[in-house]
Design a protein around this ligand. Structure first.
Ligand code: ANZ
Ligand code: ZN
Length: 804
């Protein structure tokens, strides 16, 4: 038989699959929706890192196909956003044009993976037929009161010259360009994602997602239970409300701290403190939240005023400090230095009293050197509350405080509403018209899409207006309500808008009347398996869940979670774990590797580099070993294909074990060990073939079938050589295994004396304890000890003899 030539084989099968699609919807098969996070079509094309996720999702799709599913496996383009716009600013090329050519290039590269993508389902977020529905969702949200305008200080990237959502600020810097983010007062469109906070949090329990991702979303939503407590300002009518999660520690509140932005901050100053207070407030206003939270050394200023602890009537000083954030809770806190780290630090620095109110072993600590932050122990120094268990009190105190009349129970969230407008060109226009009489009026649904107009200059103005504001003919329009002159909204949507719902559109991408028909939605959605990088844990995955819940609530779909199962693949990096990027010059392109080793070899090598959920360093040299394995596998099958060799007991056993190992590893996503498993078993079969003179056809067919999701071209070719004239993926179900048939007749086990291995013995697999011990005795002969305390047989594993 001819040697394995990947070029010939891969070309032939790509052509065959085009002529005879293997993943067909006959209307009878159950569906399985396996989705990749769709790519941004960047100018630099795909590298081997991008391949990894696509190979994983394709293996999974083909595996599901072989279980009789019609697999929905689409691909599309997340094509609005800054890179295309920045390119336009630099080179004067319209983003529409550069985007189209990038897509064409990346599409060709993705097709080289030979994945079973259904290109009839393709979507592109910048296509007016697509963004019509992105705008439609916005209009629906506006009508539901979930989209609103608000003047507020928002995160502003001075380099991208646009506002950012909280989720887009990472360690105080712009997620995209890493510039330090500042604040800017701007009128913004906001989406009320907070209205869904409880559902977004509680429904995480329904999801088969990595725990790590669920925890990140949970922390981001940040629900906490506590109380709001009112403290009267001494000598004034005003009172200050604080938010606390630890009302049990109220007796230990020895001072109070307000955010410098608190509305009472200035008025609490006395003649002596006024100058210091105003200086401090000014300084804080120039700093970002992140800086403030990360301060090593606490800063603060005494206002000169006092508040009254409502529980015990004690006077406590009121301070200002920027470790208290203005936009969380009430912007004011009661400070319990004995039981909170930050309060402790502050008290030490400014010499404020520390009163311990929870004692771990009933004893008060002399000279506390750090706060005791657990809610575990008995209450002390707490009047009527003395002797209570703090964990119990923590839960009961909010209600007690409510009854006593100086506060109430309160739930708080870290999640904030979503800043949804961007002051940039290359995005979906927000479909709103501003009328002097009617206010904000949504563009009527039958007039959507609001097309993105042509502009002469793409530069952001930096004034907080998008380049669209300069196009008078576009901006000036009439009010859909009253017909009077009115102006269009000139902000555009963030890049997340299209990606928050694109997965719904694939299954009905040509529908002119609906986002997705209810019939198709019911039949093909939601996504069963979603595969992509972990960097989207909060942003995209949270926004998509919010959109889906909203579309559920307005009856577009009947499910309220978009992605039933999630898999995050690790990153492929260059040497020393450095991210692959053009600027680092360490990008490995798949193109040459496909040429030299073949698509199948590259697919398997992508999986072989390490556990798929972990990052892995790329090293081209390893692909050679995978290519050689494919050559050996090819030879094994082709040499035996026409032999009609009868099956032997030994081969049957290996066959069942092979099916078992590959299937269980694949089910658990241990894909790197699937590849090493194939290598081991192929060597075993080659040895066996030499020993016996051949391998039977059933075993060869089984091995080829198992290999098909991984190396589809090669598997198709070998399947044909084994005498089949239909695809290995069609009408050829995934092989099953029989645990009985896998069992070895004889097993090798270790013999230990007092835990130390002394030798190995071979015994019948079903040997009982007596037989195993007898075999051990026979093997060790005179080395078998005399003063035996115990003889232990761990079935199938060891004999251990305990002796004196
Ligand atoms: C008294 C206390 C005693 C507190 C104690 C903690 C421990 P979550 O919601 O879990 O993040 N806090 C409240 N508002 C704040 C703000 N705007 N800026 C900074 N800190 C603020 O935590 C809520 C706790 O964080 C609250 O409970 C408050 O301090 C502080 F032993 O009140 B605690
Ligand atoms: Zn009007």
């Amino acid at each position: 038989a001819a040697a394995y030539n990947h070029k010939v084989v891969e070309k032939k099968w790509r052509g065959n699959w085009e002529a005879h699609p293997i993943n067909v919807n006959d209307g009878k098969k159950p569906k399985y929706y396996c989705l990749d996070m769709f790519p941004y079509p960047s100018g630099s094309g795909l590298h081997v890192g991008h391949w990894r996720g696509y190979v994983i999702s394709d293996v999974w799709s083909r595996y599901k196909m072989m279980h009789g599913y019609y697999v929905i496996h689409p691909m599309g383009w997340d094509a609005f956003g800054l890179p295309a716009e920045n390119y336009a600013i630099k080179n004067g090329v319209h983003p529409r044009i550069s985007t189209a050519s990038n897509i064409a290039n990346i599409k060709r590269q993705i097709q080289d993976i030979s994945a079973v993508y259904d290109w009839d389902m393709e979507v592109n977020t910048t296509d007016p037929e697509f963004y019509k529905w992105t705008q439609w969702i916005f209009v629906k949200m506006f009508k539901a009161g979930l989209a609103y305008e608000k003047e507020m200080p928002i995160n502003w990237c001075p380099s991208c010259k646009t506002g950012l959502a909280n989720e887009e600020v990472v360690n105080g810097c712009c997620e995209r360009c890493h510039s330090v983010v500042t604040k800017k007062d701007l009128k913004q469109w906001m989406l009320k994602i907070t209205a869904y906070a409880d559902r977004l949090l509680d429904d995480l329990d329904k999801l088969d997602w990595p725990e790590k991702v669920k925890k990140m979303q949970g922390d981001w939503i940040g629900r906490s239970y506590g109380a709001e407590v009112d403290f009267k300002v001494d000598g004034k009518d005003e009172s200050i409300t604080v938010y606390t999660t630890r009302p049990d520690t109220l007796h230990g509140a020895t001072f109070m701290v307000l955010a410098p932005e608190h509305k009472l901050a200035k008025s609490l100053a006395t003649d002596e403190t006024r100058k210091d207070v105003e200086d401090y407030i000014f300084k804080a206003s120039t700093r970002s939240n992140i800086d403030r939270m990360q301060d090593k050394e606490k800063t603060g200023v005494f206002t000169g005023s006092y508040a009254i602890n409502p529980l015990n009537g004690k006077k406590v000083p009121i301070w200002l400090s920027d470790y208290v954030l203005a936009d969380y809770g009430t912007g004011a806190i009661m400070c319990v230095p004995a039981h909170d780290d930050r309060d402790f630090e502050f008290a030490k620095k400014f010499n404020l009293p520390i009163i311990q109110v929870i004692a771990k072993d009933g004893k008060e600590i002399e000279n506390m050197t750090e706060a005791y932050t657990e809610a575990a122990g008995t209450m002390i120094n707490s009047g009527d509350w003395n002797g209570m268990e703090s964990s119990v009190l923590k839960k009961e105190a909010p209600e007690m405080i409510e009854k006593m009349g100086f506060g109430k129970k309160k739930v708080n969230y870290k999640l904030r509403d979503w800043v949804f407008s961007r002051q940039r060109y290359w995005g979906e226009p927000i479909p709103i018209i501003h009328c002097p009489d009617c206010g904000c009026v949504p563009v009527p649904e039958d007039q959507l899409p609001v097309l993105l107009p042509e502009v002469e200059k793409y530069e952001p103005t930096g004034t907080g207006e998008s380049p669209l504001a300069a196009i008078d003919e576009w901006v000036n329009t009439t009010c859909p309500c009253c017909g009077k002159p009115a102006k269009r909204e000139t902000n555009t949507m963030p890049q997340w808008a299209g990606s928050s719902w694109y997965f719904l559109r694939y299954v009905d991408n040509k529908n002119k009347d609906e986002l997705v028909s209810r019939e198709k939605a019911d039949k093909y959605l939601p996504v069963d398996m979603y595969i992509g990088g972990v960097e989207h844990a909060v942003l995209h995955l949270l926004y998509s869940r919010f959109y889906t819940k909203f579309l559920h609530d307005i009856g577009v779909v009947d499910f309220d979670e978009p992605f039933t199962k999630l898999f995050n693949q690790g990153m492929i990096t260059g040497k020393n774990g450095i991210k692959m990027s053009k600027s680092m010059g360490n990008v490995v392109s798949p193109d040459d590797l496909i040429e030299d080793y073949g698509c199948d070899a590259l697919r398997m090598y992508e999986l072989f580099v390490g556990p798929p959920e972990m990052d892995a360093e790329w090293d081209d040299r390893g692909i050679d070993g995978v290519r050689r394995f494919l050559g050996r596998f090819w030879n094994l099958v082709t040499e035996n294909a026409d032999k009609n060799f009868a099956e032997t007991a030994e081969t049957v056993k290996i066959r069942h074990k092979l099916v078992y190992d590959i299937t269980t590893r694949l089910e658990n996503f241990n894909l790197n060990t699937v590849v090493s498993g194939f290598m081991e078993y192929t060597n075993k079969l080659i040895d066996l073939s030499k020993k016996q003179g051949g391998i039977d056809k059933t075993t060869l067919e089984t091995a080829v079938t198992l290999l098909a999701p991984f190396a589809p071209h090669l598997a198709e070719e070998l399947w044909e050589q084994l005498g089949h004239n239909t695809s290995v993926f069609v009408g050829n179900p995934w092989p099953s295994y029989d645990e009985e048939a896998m069992k070895e007749d004889e097993i090798e086990i270790a013999v230990q004396i007092n835990g130390k291995v002394k030798g190995k013995i071979t015994i019948p697999a079903d040997a009982d304890k007596d037989a195993a011990i007898a075999a051990a005795k026979a093997a060790l002969e005179d080395k078998y000890p005399e003063n035996i305390v115990k003889e232990i047989y761990v079935p199938g594993r060891i004999v251990n003899i305990v002796a004196k």
